[in-house]
Design a protein around this ligand. Structure first.
Ligand code: NAI
Length: 326
């Protein structure tokens, strides 16, 4: 099997090279993301392996099919960037990595939450400059506060366990509620209005784009913070920025951004960014942005490599594809 892997960084290659010792696939690593112009680079490959910000839309799939690609092996859990209908029409199978380390993402969301509510981003910079003043650094306890978990799947469940460890009350919203000890399922409106922390752990689908928009932001407490480690387009960034500017919410921590493709995972420090909304959000003292880093642990990278290459092996051997997206 020849695999062309798009949007790869040295840390991806390290893990894939190690795991591939047990498989022996012919892997071509590319730095470019998959898109309309780069799809031809898959020529001669049986499989492509795109990442979260690759364009795997209809036009790209047509090119891949014309170039002989028969498998799209996403090395992510989310697949909102894949046109599944077109893949089906063109006879291309699509697989993914449904779980690699839900802990990695859940823990990152709490790293962001604690940074935000204890103002670590300011404290860190201050002490590096020998400024030991505490003015403006008053935070709030998580203990006794209410967290609203939107999406109680694998990552949401890990986040619930962490939240319980902090002594938080847990409200949840999910179209498919489960019986989870100490968790109260409620409507989205009640969750938004009663939570001190609102954290998103649901996939982006065609129905929930801008789940958090101007209207829903009106329901949120002025003292509440929003954490998004799921997908950027779940939050209307313009509306979020307005709410922050008008002090209608207390802060936001974003590991994902709706226009992140082409910005996140790249070094733009030399030229700056053209996206004024993102630049304004980053400039706010009560906003933290990380560059879609939630998954980035050794454990998760290893698991991504293992599952992806096992997915390709199943395909190569004509076996049932356990992680096929249907
Ligand atoms: P999962 O499939 O285990 O759970 C998702 C849950 O969300 C399910 O319980 C589902 O019923 C629920 N859900 C679906 N639509 C919803 C809606 N409109 N409102 C509320 N809940 C809804 O998925 P998992 O593994 O927990 O991942 C969740 C998301 O996290 C992924 O889809 C991906 O977008 C994001 N993610 C982010 C990463 C990062 O590095 N920041 C890494 C991995 C995943």
């Amino acid at each position: 099997m020849k695999i062309t892997m798009f949007d790869t960084k040295p840390y991806d290659r390290k893990h894939f090279d190690e795991v591939n010792l047990g498989y022996g696939f012919d892997i071509k690593y590319l730095e470019s993301t998959l898109g309309v112009n780069s799809a031809v680079m898959a020529r001669g490959s049986d499989a492509v392996c795109p990442f979260v910000n690759c364009n795997v839309g209809a036009e790209v799939i047509d090119t891949l099919a014309d170039e002989g690609v028969r498998l799209i092996a996403m090395r992510s859990a989310g697949f909102n960037n894949v046109d599944l209908n077109r893949a089906r029409e063109r006879g291309i199978k699509v697989v993914r990595v449904p779980a690699y380390s839900p802990h990695a993402v859940a823990e990152h969301s709490f790293a962001m939450l604690l940074t935000l509510v204890r103002k670590m981003q300011h404290a860190y910079v201050r002490t590096r400059e020998f400024n030991f003043s505490l003015s403006g650094l008053v935070g709030f306890d998580l203990h006794g506060k209410t967290i609203g978990i939107i999406g109680t799947g694998k990552i949401g469940r890990c986040a619930i366990d962490i939240a319980k460890g902090f002594g938080m009350k847990v409200l949840a919203y999910d179209p498919f509620p489960q019986d989870i000890d100490g968790v109260t399922y409620t409507t989205l409106d009640v969750l938004l209005s009663e939570s001190d922390v609102i954290s998103l752990y649901c996939p982006l689908t065609k129905d929930n784009r801008h789940l958090i928009d101007g209207e829903s932001l009106k329901k949120i407490k002025k003292t509440a913070v929003i954490i998004n480690t799921s997908r950027g387009a779940l939050v209307d960034s313009e509306d979020l920025l307005e709410a922050l500017k008008e002090k209608r919410i207390a802060g936001a921590a974003l590991d994902v951004y709706e226009e992140e493709a082409g910005i996140f995972f790249t070094d733009q420090s030399g030229e700056g960014i053209e996206d004024d909304t993102l630049a304004r959000l980053i400039s706010m003292p009560n906003v933290i942005v990380t560059s879609h880093q939630g998954y980035l642990t050794e454990e998760a990278l290893r698991a991504i490599s293992e599952t992806t290459l096992e997915n390709v092996k199943e395909f190569a051997e004509g076996r049932r594809l356990r992680n096929e997206i249907l």
